[in-house]
Design a protein around this ligand. Structure first.
Ligand code: PAF
Length: 279
């Protein structure tokens, strides 16, 4: 496994593989890797010949400077974890390398970005699209794997690929959970002991909510989920919505045919956790 920090070195390393007809798989990350990321890397290894993992804490997608500052940075440990995976290249560029000058591009994802994460984190998805489009330009992957935990991010990436006419297949990766159900996230490492004990209540409540679809309306289920989670003094729901999996717009009744996904953001103290479940 090789650690690369410049675009020129990355291109030189990958061009040889491409000329030999090898397919490139890409897993973009912000580091602080956990089993969830590693499962995406294994998935990339099953589907492509050469796997690149990027580790880059992207400043343009943080709307809260404090959040950017405290985001965990653990490159040495990340490298150790990746040793046991099919990853061949770790691309860890500097901010200067990715943004030699400010990226002023403004993407327009319409209603997809006006709800949920987009509504509560203004500018977040523009920053994600900026960095992912740049990384795609650098890596030129055949397939890129994104975790389903960030459900809205995946929808935005699909839309971005269509808008920019990119020749890359986006592959969804299943959410990996701790034994108590908590979705794995780099942010879990920032939880205090008390908040860590409470956090599994999020997915437990979502799972219980799935059993209520015959006895409650969508509005009632939404209210129930928020009340159940907020009953815990260490948790505070920012939003919970049940949405059409394609348009991400709220769904009004269970009878609607489209696949429905319940998406949630919860503050556990200062740490913001997101999760989702298919209804
Ligand atoms: O999901 C993430 O970790 C980030 O949003 C991504 C896709 C690596 C872009 O910075």
């Amino acid at each position: 496994m090789e650690l690369i920090s410049t675009i020129a070195d990355l291109k030189a390393a990958l061009n040889g593989h491409r000329q030999e007809g090898r397919s490139i798989g890409f897993v973009p990350t912000m580091g602080a890797l956990h089993q969830g990321h590693l499962s995406l890397v294994h998935q990339a290894g099953e589907k492509t010949d050469v796997v690149v993992v990027s580790i880059f804490v992207n400043p343009t997608q943080f709307n809260d400077p404090k959040d950017l500052e405290r985001y965990p940075r653990t490159l040495e440990n990340d490298m150790e974890l990746l040793e046991a995976t099919p990853c061949q290249y770790v691309f860890a560029p500097s901010v200067q390398e990715v943004y030699p000058e400010p990226d002023n591009r403004q993407f327009d994802f319409g209603d997809l970005e006006r709800v949920m994460e987009g509504e509560h984190r203004p500018g977040h998805f523009n920053g994600v699209a900026q960095v992912v489009s740049k990384l795609f330009d650098m890596v030129e992957p055949d397939k890129a794997i994104f975790g389903e935990k960030d459900f809205q991010q995946m929808a935005i990436i699909y839309a971005m690929v269509v808008q920019l006419g990119l020749d890359v297949e986006i592959v969804p990766g299943t959410t990996v959970r701790e034994a108590d159900g908590l979705a794995m996230s780099s942010r879990n490492a920032l939880l205090t002991e008390e908040h860590r004990k409470s956090a599994p209540r999020i997915y437990q409540t979502l799972s219980e909510a799935k059993k209520l679809t015959l006895s409650m309306s969508i509005e009632e289920v939404k209210g129930w989920v928020v009340a159940m989670i907020n009953e815990d003094p260490y948790l505070c729901v920012e939003y919970f919505d049940i949405v059409d999996s394609k348009t991400l717009q709220s769904v009004d009744c269970w009878e609607d045919k489209e696949t429905k996904v319940g998406c949630i953001a919860v503050f556990a103290g200062e740490v913001r956790l997101i999760d989702n479940i298919t209804f």
